[in-house]
Design a protein around this ligand. Structure first.
Ligand SMILES: Cc1cc2nc3c(=O)[nH]c(=O)nc-3n(C[C@H](O)[C@H](O)[C@H](O)COP(=O)(O)OP(=O)(O)OC[C@H]3O[C@@H](n4cnc5c(N)ncnc54)[C@H](O)[C@@H]3O)c2cc1C
Length: 475
């Protein structure tokens, strides 16, 4: 048989690239990971963005999907230095009247805070929590015949409607707002079908394994994955930006942790006309504008409970959040944007010098926008935490173009590798028997542009590697 330099090459070292590489290396293959940037990790990087001693998560911050990932859970990442910290409150959602809805590990506690909606909340989430271990692999994967069809169908009935429909089951603005804030992680208008899916998955994940953050920064997840991979014999090369197939060492399979636009540039000439047409039609979603702060003290939220939450969703009511997301999807810049905020240093002393703090936040804006949203984001924080501005020592901002320069996968600032609406939920990046196979033999796509989509779970990479193992490496 023809001798190759490696059995498989993985282009890109995001969570999906590393998950693909580990899956292949665990199968006894020789695997090389090529990363274009000086640091591995893609969306898993941390840096002193503002001042020395303040460690900020450049992209992802909070990791319910990583701890709930059926693949990452099987890896001995603790032995390779990864330590998760779980804040007492996973997420808080403050309102103008000074109250806050809270999501915690306990479904009963979360429900109790919702008063008249307690029973509805328990009826919605208790069955999901019980079913989750049987459906997690299928929910976080390509559309196939599920192993537990009844459980999966029940999940589907809750996940497929627009969240604006699901929210009708609840009476209180608190419960409706909490759901809306969760669903807005899908980065699309809340009246879209399947916006409930992300809310239901994130909230179930909170009740099953929490919303932790890694001690020392999100980069620690990438470092642990990479350390485990190299301990198995895998190789990683950084500062190796791939712009042509001709640059790659010989191998039997190449897995690309990149999005369709880049894949077309690198390997388009190898694809069928139909597959090229499909990739050209692939749609990207809204971009993000992100701010990181070095702070003189914790954020002085009016609602005391927000001070104990890893994540805080700032958008008030469902109506206000829906309006913000709709406007951004239509090319406008909301005056009161829905803001996702994390306060890692409250729970992880390694993130800031003693007595000082960090905060991380972003909002959704039109793809490719150059509008500076710093003031609008800070106004939203000030609204729920008067005095916040006085605590700012330094800030660092990133608009969509700067996000894309940091990571070429963020096309126009889209952090999900393409919009995850009903049209692209399971058929990303193209409608095919296996979404991970390209039309060229031995070339695969393994990024968040494949099912199940964005987030740090590695399941796109794991599923793509399983496909390549079956296609190329099984006699
Ligand atoms: C601001 C922000 C906040 C987020 N918050 C969260 C969060 O809290 N929790 C969560 O779960 N997820 C979050 N995410 C999403 C998460 O980071 C991504 O969904 C995830 O990183 C996608 O993983 P991936 O492996 O598909 O791609 P990426 O992580 O994007 O990695 C792709 C890698 O490929 C490299 N690459 C690209 N092109 C080439 C090339 N041609 N040659 C060589 N290398 C190349 C890139 O440099 C990069 O390292 C956030 C993202 C952002 C930007």
């Amino acid at each position: 048989m023809h001798k190759t330099d490696f059995d498989a090459v993985v282009v890109g070292s995001g969570p999906n690239g590393l998950a693909a590489a580990i899956t292949l290396q665990q199968a006894g293959l020789s695997v090389l990971v090529l990363e274009g940037k000086p640091e591995i990790g893609g969306g898993l990087r941390s840096a002193e963005l503002t001042r020395p001693g303040f460690i900020h998560d450049t992209c992802s911050a909070i990791h319910p999907l990583a701890v709930n990932s059926p693949f990452f859970r099987t890896l001995p990442l603790g032995a390779f230095g990864l330590e998760y910290i779980e804040p007492p409150i996973a997420a808080a959602h403050p309102f103008d009247d000074g109250t806050a809805a809270l999501l915690t590990r306990s479904v009963e506690e979360t429900a109790r805070w919702l008063g008249p909606d307690e029973k509805t909340y328990l009826n919605l989430f208790k069955p999901l929590i019980e079913q989750w271990p049987r459906i997690d692999f299928d929910v976080l994967g390509p559309l196939t015949f599920p192993k537990h069809p009844l459980d999966f169908a029940q999940f589907g009935l809750k996940a497929l409607p627009p969240v604006t429909w699901l929210a009708k089951a609840f009476e209180t603005p608190q419960a409706k707002g909490l759901l809306a804030g969760m669903a807005a992680h899908s980065i699309q208008p809340l009246s879209n079908f399947a916006t409930s899916a992300i809310a239901v998955v994130l909230m179930t994940a909170a009740h099953v394994r929490g919303w932790p953050l890694p001690k020392g920064g999100s980069q620690q997840i990438a470092r642990a994955l990479a350390a485990y991979f190299t301990s198995l014999g895998g190789k990683i090369e950084t500062n190796f930006y791939v712009s042509s197939l001709a640059q790659l060492p010989s191998s039997k399979a190449v897995l690309f942790d990149i999005t369709p636009k880049q894949l077309l540039q690198i390997a388009g000439h190898r694809f069928s006309a139909l597959y090229r047409w499909q990739l050209n039609r692939y749609r990207y979603g809204m971009g993000v504008f992100k701010v990181d702060w070095a702070l003189d003290g914790p954020i002085p939220f009016t609602a005391e409970s927000c001070r104990q939450a890893g994540t805080v969703h700032l958008g008030n009511t469902l109506e206000e959040i829906a309006d913000s997301e709709l406007r951004a999807s239509k090319g406008q810049h909301p005056e009161k944007p829905y803001v996702l905020l994390a306060q890692q240093s409250l729970f992880d002393a390694t993130r800031a010098p003693a007595g000082k703090h960090t905060a991380w936040a972003y909002c959704h804006i039109p793809n490719g926008s150059t509008v500076d949203m710093t003031k609008a984001i800070e106004n939203q924080i000030e609204r729920f935490a008067p005095g916040f501005r006085d605590r700012i020592l330094a800030r660092h901002t990133m608009n969509p173009a700067q996000m894309e320069a940091h990571n070429p996968n963020y096309i126009g600032g889209d952090i999900n590798g393409g919009i995850i609406d009903i049209g692209q939920l399971f058929t990303r990046p193209a409608l095919r028997w296996s979404p991970y196979r390209t039309s060229a033999k031995g070339l695969y796509i393994c990024s968040s542009s494949t099912p199940p989509g964005g987030g740090v779970h590695g399941m796109c990479g794991h599923h793509a590697a399983l496909r390549a193992l079956k296609d190329v490496f099984t006699p």
